[in-house]
Design a protein around this ligand. Structure first.
Ligand code: PLP
Length: 452
């Protein structure tokens, strides 16, 4: 096909089948679902090449914040494009990268004054892990090199972040490639089978681990408040603060991965604010550019930063960097994203929307094949079960979550499930009416697919 011809829908799909390999996708069944070709977008809606509009119910995989084609962000990128699209941070610097670093340090929890850029959530976490490791070596404590993470953790797909991750389905097959990590059980109260309080038990396990191994521990890595990819698992109140206190007591660094929870998703700009936690590292990506361009940031403290200072000959440098680090177009988008938070008072605006969503979800919660509805801010997980009484799960291969999402597509809504958990993570620009439409459609789709 020549570059000058506009391919038809069928030609595009044929080329997709021939040449594309989609992420987290069994490509053998990919064509069965009649894939949509997204051609445009407007606000909270995506538009396919046939002109069908769909509510973007998972924010284009957890990234979009203020809606698509927001004029403030569009214009900021255009303006930057008129100056320079890319220059490097290796040996040079740039205005968008400088401004954004200062602004991130300003809006982040106190103490996080240093910003190291990269391109994805995985690299943001990988960087925090390498920095923490090198930090202890350069502080004369090289024995502190073990990481602690939660059992169902997800921190990205590069080998380092997969090592920190603990999701059996995604990570087990790579085990021999990975470095060993200490585990704290995930407070997944719905499937907790022990006696007493699930969260308290998990914390007791953490305390035991820290007491035994504190001298070998470099850092705890955690998704604060919500474990997203694990199925929108919500930590009980106080859980994060208790772990932070444990880190403090045992001289273990705290790495908070807010790649998913950052930029308002949980109702505050960052999830750690809700427990007054001040981590040593804050990992940001996904929503940082408003969902426009790939960019990530690893924030850290002066104390960590200073451990890397010395003469060139000392070789205490952090020898790490990605070629597109601090890309000016992406930084311009991220600055505009923060502008919109200020101009539209986004965090105030979403509070009633969060409440509407909670109200509307009550009828979903009562459905015969819904085990639990979990919500924190605008992050929602609806766990489908074969049997509500026994909590028996649907078989993975039956793809119930996927089928519910296909039923939603017919109703003009795009979602992407996590196994049998239906995920809602709408943009912060969702309206109250859209929240109602979304919940009604979810109710109908679950009813259609799961029945009585
Ligand atoms: C998505 C995600 C990542 C990985 O981000 P990528 O940009 O996909 O590499 C890491 N941590 C958390 C908590 C995430 O949700």
């Amino acid at each position: 096909m020549g570059a000058h011809m506009t391919p038809t829908h069928d030609q595009l799909l044929a080329l997709d089948r021939r040449h594309l390999w989609h992420p987290f996708t069994q490509m053998q069944v990919w064509p069965d679902d009649d894939p949509l070709i997204i051609a445009a977008a407007e606000g909270n809606y995506l538009v396919d090449d046939r002109g069908q509009r769909y509510l973007d119910g998972v924010s284009s995989l957890w990234v979009n914040v203020h809606g698509h084609r927001h004029p403030v962000i569009d214009n900021a990128i255009r303006a930057q494009l008129g100056r320079v699209a890319h220059s490097t941070l290796l040996g040079l610097t740039s205005e968008p990268a400088i401004t954004l670093a200062a602004r991130l340090a300003h809006v982040a929890p106190p103490g996080l004054s240093r910003v190291f850029y990269s391109d994805s959530g995985s690299t943001a976490v990988e960087i925090a892990v390498k920095m923490a490791y090198q930090y202890w070596r350069q502080r004369g404590r090289p024995e502190k090199q073990r990481f602690v993470a939660l059992a169902e953790a997800y921190h990205g797909d590069t080998v380092g972040s997969v090592s920190i991750g603990g999701m059996e389905l995604f990570h087990e097959r790579f085990r021999d490639l990975l470095f060993p990590v200490e585990r704290i059980p995930t407070p997944y109260a719905y499937r907790w089978q022990g006696d007493g309080d699930c969260g308290a038990w998990c914390l007791a396990q953490a305390e035991k681990l820290f007491a035994q191994k504190n001298h070998t521990l470099a850092a705890l890595v955690i998704e604060p408040l919500v474990q997203g990819a694990a199925g929108m698992l919500m930590q009980p109140p106080g859980f994060l603060a208790r772990l932070a206190a444990l880190c403090n007591k045992h001289d273990v660094l705290l790495i908070c991965d807010e790649v998913a929870t950052g930029f308002g998703r949980t109702g505050t700009l960052f999830a750690v604010e809700q427990e007054n936690v001040r981590p040593d590292f804050l990992c940001l990506a996904k929503g940082i550019t408003g969902g426009y361009l790939p960019l990530a940031a690893t924030l850290t403290t002066d104390a960590v930063y200073e451990a890397f200072l010395g003469t060139v000959a000392d070789k205490r440098t952090f020898f790490h960097g990605h070629t597109y680090t601090g890309n000016p177009l992406a930084c311009a988008a991220a600055n505009a994203n923060l502008d919109v938070f200020e101009q539209e008072r986004t965090l105030e605006r979403i509070q009633p929307i969060i409440a509407t969503l909670a109200r509307q979800l009550r009828s979903v919660e009562a459905m015969p094949h819904v085990g639990e509805v979990r919500q924190r801010g605008l992050m929602v997980g609806i766990e489908l079960v074969r049997d509500r009484k026994t909590k028996a799960e649907y078989a993975y291969g039956d793809r119930l979550g996927h089928r519910v999402c296909l039923a939603l597509r017919k109703r003009g809504i795009l979602l992407r499930p996590l196994g049998n958990v239906i995920v809602l993570m709408p943009p912060l620009s969702l309206t109250s009416d859209e929240a109602k439409t979304l919940c009604t459609a979810v109710f109908e789709a679950i009813d259609e697919v799961c029945g009585k």
